[in-house]
Design a protein around this ligand. Structure first.
Ligand SMILES: [Zn+2]
Length: 138
């Protein structure tokens, strides 16, 4: 972990998103779910985007989803990502309906990628305080 040289997350609202990072550290995926209308939503924000109530909770989800779309990065803008090319920058649609930006790992890039392929969450412990949620073929 100590040799991780890529940029680490810098949450816009660390207090709001801390439960997500704490769950990732436990290798669990949680996303916001409205207590009023039951909608899941992503990204985290103070109010539910469906009913605008500020009454939601972090909710454990399966971590299963499908590859909505992707691009294969061959020339990263940040040189620290050079050793990873080619890698998949993806939008994953979770079973719960929300879409997250992530990477696809444990997969042949690009030949192993296909839109709509089943995926499951994978947890990358990159630093003591940071675990990144990625996805791998299910
Ligand atoms: Zn709502």
């Amino acid at each position: 972990m100590a040799d991780y040289t890529k940029p680490l997350p810098r949450p816009e609202d660390p207090e709001l998103t801390q439960p997500f990072w704490d769950a990732a550290k436990r290798h669990e995926l949680v996303i916001p779910r409205c207590r009023r209308c039951n909608a899941y939503f992503w990204y985290p924000r103070p109010a539910c985007p469906t009913c605008l109530r500020e009454d939601w909770k972090w909710t454990p989800v399966s971590g299963r989803g499908r590859l909505h779309t992707f691009t294969v990065v061959r020339q990263p803008s940040n040189p620290n990502f050079e050793p990873d090319v080619p890698y998949a920058y993806a939008i994953v649609q979770l079973e719960e309906g929300v879409r997250m930006v992530s990477n696809i790992v444990d997969c042949e890039i690009p030949d192993g990628l296909a839109v709509d392929m089943p995926l499951k969450a994978s947890y990358d412990d990159v630093a003591d305080e940071w675990t990144l949620v990625k996805f791998k073929p299910a």
